[in-house]
Design a protein around this ligand. Structure first.
Ligand SMILES: Cc1cc2nc3c(=O)[nH]c(=O)nc-3n(C[C@H](O)[C@H](O)[C@H](O)COP(=O)(O)OP(=O)(O)OC[C@H]3O[C@@H](n4cnc5c(N)ncnc54)[C@H](O)[C@@H]3O)c2cc1C
Length: 412
C-alpha cells in the first residue's frame, strides 16, 4: 500500500460517495470535491418522496428495467445490487422495508439519517471532503491536475486517479447541471445528448378553463396506453397529474422514454387515456345509454360511472358539448381518450437524465479510453431507468465499479 496514492472523487452524490467508500477501504487517500456547500443534495430531495432505495423484484426482472444498457450494467449490479443496497443501509443502522409495490424504502422513509451516518463513516475512514469546489473541466485532466473554482479562488489539485460522478442535468440548483458534457467531449470522451427521463410533457391541449380549474389535480385509477411508430407498446394502470400545460406524475414517467423518443422522431406522441380501466367498453356503453330521465348528463355520469371532477372535465375538453350527447362517442372516449403530447418538460425538471458518457467510450472498469486514469460513474453515464429505486441502485453500483477500476489501475 502506498499512502501517497490519492484519488479525487468529483461529485458527492450517491455514486461519488459509494466510490469514495470502496476506494477508502483499499487504503488510498480519498478526496471528495463537490461544487455545492454540502454533498448529497439530490439524494436528500429523493428522501422527500420516501427515498425509494431499490426494488425487491427478482434480479432478472430488475435488470430488464435498464433496457438497452442492461448488458453494460449487469456485471456492476451483480456485485452491488438490490440486496447489497439493503445490507449497506443496514450496516449504517438503517433498516429497510418492502412496500406494497415491491419498492424498498428505509423504515423511516427519510434520506437524512442515512446520509448522516454514511458521511460519518466515510470521514472516520479518512475520506476528506472539499465543499464549494467546482471542477472547471480543465484541459489538464490527463495529467491528473485538476482545476477547481473555490470561494478563495482557483485551486489546482493533483491526483493519481479521478472518479467523475457529476450526476445528470436535472435540478441544477442541487448541483448537477450537466456542464461537464461539452468538457468531456472536448477531451475526446463520447457523450450521448443529455435528455430528460422520467419527465412530464407539454401538450394535451387544455383550454384555459380546464387548466385553471384542474392544474395540479390527479387522474386517479386510470390507465394509459401508447404504441409508438415502431410498434413498441406501453400500457399500465396508475395515476398522474394535470399541469397547466400538460401532464406529469408516476404513470407518465413510466411511459416517458417511449413518449420522448416518439416526439423527437415525429413531433408528437398521442397516448390513450382510459378513465375507467376496471370496466369493459360494453359496460361503459350500457351505463352511458341507460335512461337518465330528467337528470343532467353530468349527474348521470357521476352516479352511474363515478365520473366527476377532472375526469368529467377532460371528457368535455375532448368532446365538446355536442359530441358529449352521443352515447357511442362518449363511451368510446371514456375508454380511450386521446392526449396528444408535443414536448417534454425542460430537462431541469426531470427526475433523471438519459444520455451521458457512452459505455463505448469507457473500458470495462469505467475508465475513459481517451483519458486514462479518469473513471466515470452514476447518472452521468449513458443509461436510463424508470423510477422504482433503479436510479439510486445503479448510481451506487457504478460508483463502486469505478472505484474498483481505479484501484486496479493504481495496482493496489
Ligand atoms: C425529485 C427526485 C426524486 C428522486 N427520487 C429517487 C428515488 O426515490 N429513488 C431513486 O432511485 N432515485 C431517485 N431520484 C434519482 C436519484 O436521486 C439520482 O439518480 C441520483 O442522485 C444520481 O446520483 P449521482 O451520484 O450520479 O448524481 P447526483 O446525486 O446528481 O450528484 C452529483 C454531484 O456532483 C456535483 N457536481 C456536479 N458538477 C460538478 C462540478 N463541476 N464540480 C464539482 N461538483 C459537481 C453535484 O453538486 C452533486 O453533488 C430522484 C431524483 C429527483 C430529482
Amino acid at each position: 500500500m502506498t499512502l501517497s496514492q490519492t484519488v479525487a472523487v468529483i461529485g458527492g452524490g450517491p455514486a461519488g460517495l459509494m466510490a469514495a467508500e470502496v476506494l477508502s477501504a483499499s487504503g488510498v487517500q480519498v478526496h471528495v470535491y463537490d461544487a455545492m456547500p454540502s454533498v448529497g443534495r439530490k439524494f436528500l430531495l429523493a428522501g422527500r418522496g420516501g427515498l425509494n432505495l431499490t426494488h425487491s423484484e427478482p434480479f432478472d426482472v430488475f435488470m430488464s428495467r435498464f433496457g438497452e444498457r442492461r448488458a453494460q450494467l449487469e456485471p456492476m449490479l451483480a456485485r452491488f445490487g438490490p440486496q447489497q443496497v439493503r445490507e449497506w443501509a443496514a450496516g449504517l443502522g438503517i433498516e429497510t422495508f418492502v412496500g406494497t409495490s415491491g419498492r424498498v424504502f428505509p423504515t423511516d422513509m427519510k434520506a437524512a439519517p442515512l446520509l448522516r451516518a454514511w458521511l460519518h463513516r466515510l470521514r472516520a475512514a479518512g475520506v476528506q471532503f472539499h465543499m464549494r469546489h467546482r471542477w472547471l473541466g480543465d484541459a489538464s485532466l490527463a495529467a491528473a491536475s485538476l482545476r477547481f473554482a473555490t470561494p478563495t479562488g482557483e485551486a489546482l489539485v493533483k491526483a493519481d486517479a479521478v472518479v467523475l460522478a457529476l450526476g445528470g442535468a436535472s435540478w441544477a440548483r442541487l448541483g448537477s447541471d450537466g456542464a461537464w458534457a461539452p468538457w468531456l467531449q472536448a477531451r475526446g470522451i463520447d457523450v450521448a445528448p443529455l435528455l430528460p427521463a422520467n419527465c412530464g410533457f407539454d401538450g394535451a391541449g387544455w383550454s384555459e378553463h380546464f387548466a385553471s380549474r384542474f392544474a395540479g389535480q390527479p387522474f386517479k385509477s386510470v390507465a394509459i396506453s401508447f404504441t409508438d411508430s415502431q410498434g413498441r407498446r406501453f400500457a399500465r394502470k396508475g395515476e398522474f397529474v394535470a399541469t397547466a400545460t400538460g401532464i406529469e406524475g408516476s404513470l407518465i414517467y413510466a411511459a416517458s422514454a417511449l413518449l420522448r423518443d416518439e416526439i423527437a422522431a415525429h413531433g408528437s406522441a398521442t397516448l390513450l387515456l382510459d378513465l375507467l380501466p376496471d370496466r369493459s367498453a360494453e359496460q361503459v356503453l350500457a351505463a352511458v345509454k341507460h335512461p337518465r330521465g330528467a337528470r343532467s348528463l353530468s349527474s348521470h355520469l357521476k352516479s352511474r360511472l363515478g365520473l366527476e371532477g377532472i375526469k368529467a372535465g377532460v371528457l368535455h375538453e375532448a368532446l365538446g358539448r355536442e359530441a358529449m350527447q352521443d352515447p357511442a362517442q362518449l363511451a368510446a372516449t371514456i375508454k380511450a381518450l386521446p392526449l396528444r403530447l408535443v414536448a417534454t418538460r425542460p430537462i431541469d425538471e426531470a427526475i433523471s437524465t438519459a444520455g451521458g458518457v457512452r459505455f463505448e467510450a469507457l473500458d470495462e472498469v469505467l475508465m475513459a479510453s481517451a483519458v486514462p486514469g479518469v473513471f466515470v460513474a452514476g447518472e452521468m453515464l449513458d443509461w436510463e431507468a424508470p423510477t422504482g429505486g433503479y436510479l439510486l441502485t445503479a448510481s451506487m453500483a457504478s460508483g463502486a465499479a469505478a472505484a474498483r477500476g481505479a484501484i486496479k489501475q493504481l495496482g493496489l
